[in-house]
Design a binder for this molecule. Structure first.
Ligand code: KG4
Ligand code: ZN
Length: 414
């Protein structure tokens, strides 16, 4: 089946082709027309259909994204068959848009990189089967991508960051701390034992009915909490950060979420309102929730940095902490992490917000990294499957817990 034949005409605008052909004539290798290798990245692991073309030097030549957030906000969460249907409806258009914007035709690609793990099975399946048809049609190598690996490596596209570095991934679906030693060489130091912070913030925002708040109706839960928190006083509520006695780098958010749920119920009684209406104290609750989440994340990250320093895992003079994922766009949480990196003489780096959330660029870039390292490039895709669950790297969280590192108290004055 010719997936992309309809738009073939729009790929051949002269400008970039001419430049590449010109440069290629000076640096010609047999069978290699372009100076830079070009990778198409495709992402459909959750609720964003995204694609991008990135070259070997990290230039984003074209990108496109279709977000399903608005639909899922209305249904109160992601319904996998709905997500699948929306991916099916949009994937071809999104890939075509990314290619057209980049002025690159599929035949000029060096490889196609696609998220195949972890994620929602029905969503991953759409991206994978589309990609397999594409690589089959244009006879291109295929690079299967681990979604978390892609989040972790994005910073190397935007900043000059050498291995090793520590990464904190916090989003609606992920929560982990890992040492990144190479393109595909990770040590997992800790993860959430239950839900991810973004998931928890989304649940709290739903319980607070923030979708009915005039200023927050189109925002994701986490963004709505951050927005309202600015108008609230966190000291009006006192929630304890979870797992204070566990001297490891794991996280937990569902216990805290239940405590907050109970508090909201109590407040509804006090204010004499029904569930589904917005509490007058919603902003204060948002501020207290955000503060507690920030303190929990900061403390676990602080321990991870101390552990890595103790073991000599990070550069002594220039240890780097990278924070990414949708929740990393929260400026309050970033400030809490800045307090930690200042106290430990580390550098805090975050990709720009549009690259923190799910996107096609990070998948294409991961493809470039793998292409350059010669890792996981498939010329035969027979038997390739998506994997809804897939750990990242080697899990050393037990060892981290056994080290039982005591974290000095930091004043979280944000
Ligand atoms: O990375 P992402 O786009 O998708 C995955 O979950 O993989 O992250 C989305 C999550 C949602 O839970 C959303 O509520 C949260 O990130 N989020 C935020 C903010 N913006 C998005 N959480 C806290 N503060 C924000 N400003
Ligand atoms: Zn993600």
């Amino acid at each position: 089946m010719l997936i992309l034949n309809k738009t073939a005409g729009v790929f051949f605008k002269p400008s970039r082709r001419k430049i590449y052909a010109f440069l290629g004539s000076f640096h010609f290798h047999p069978g290699k027309l372009f100076l830079h290798k070009l990778v198409l990245g495709i992402e459909t692991s959750c609720d964003d259909t995204a694609a991008a073309v990135v070259d070997e030097a990290g230039n984003v030549l074209g990108e496109a994204i279709h977000s399903q957030t608005e639909v899922h906000l209305k249904t109160g969460g992601i319904i996998p068959p709905v997500a699948q249907q929306l991916h099916r409806e949009n994937i071809q258009r999104i890939v075509q848009e990314a290619l057209s914007a980049s002025e690159v035709s599929p035949s000029e690609l060096s490889a196609v990189a696609t998220t195949i793990k972890p994620g929602l099975a029905l969503s991953l399946g759409v991206g994978l089967s589309f990609s397999l048809q594409l690589v089959d049609q244009f006879k291109k190598p295929f690079i299967p991508i681990h979604h978390m690996e892609a989040h972790a490596l994005t910073i190397r596209l935007t900043n000059k960051v050498e291995f090793p570095f520590l990464v904190l991934l916090i989003s609606g679906g992920h929560c982990l701390l890992a040492l990144v030693r190479g393109v595909s060489d990770f040590l997992l130091l800790g993860k959430s034992l239950d839900i991810a912070p973004g998931d928890m913030l989304d649940k709290v925002a739903r319980r607070l009915s923030l979708i009915k708040h005039p200023e927050c109706s189109t925002m994701s839960g986490g963004k709505a909490i951050e927005h309202l928190a600015k108008q609230g006083n966190r000291l009006h509520f006192d929630f304890q950060p979870p797992m204070q006695r566990a001297k490891n780098c794991d996280f937990s958010f569902s216990g805290l979420q239940h405590v907050i749920d109970k508090m909201i119920m109590q407040k509804e009684k006090e204010e004499g309102i029904e569930q589904g209406q917005v509490l007058s104290s919603a902003a204060d609750i948002a501020a207290a929730v955000q503060h507690t989440v920030a303190c929990h994340i900061a403390k676990r990250t602080h321990r991870a940095l101390l552990f890595c320093k103790q073991r000599g895992f990070l550069h002594q003079s220039n240890a780097v902490l990278v924070v990414s994922g949708g929740v990393a766009s929260n400026l309050y949480i970033r400030k809490a992490l800045e307090i930690v990196t200042n106290a430990t003489q580390c550098t805090l780096l975050c990709p720009p917000p549009r690259l923190c959330t799910d996107n096609g660029v990070m998948i294409a870039w991961n493809g470039v990294e793998r292409l350059r390292a010669g890792l996981g490039i498939l010329h035969n895709t027979e038997g390739i499957r998506y994997e809804p669950k897939c750990p990242l790297g080697v899990d050393i969280s037990k060892e981290v817990g056994e080290a039982a590192i005591k974290v000095p108290r930091l004043k979280m004055k944000i």
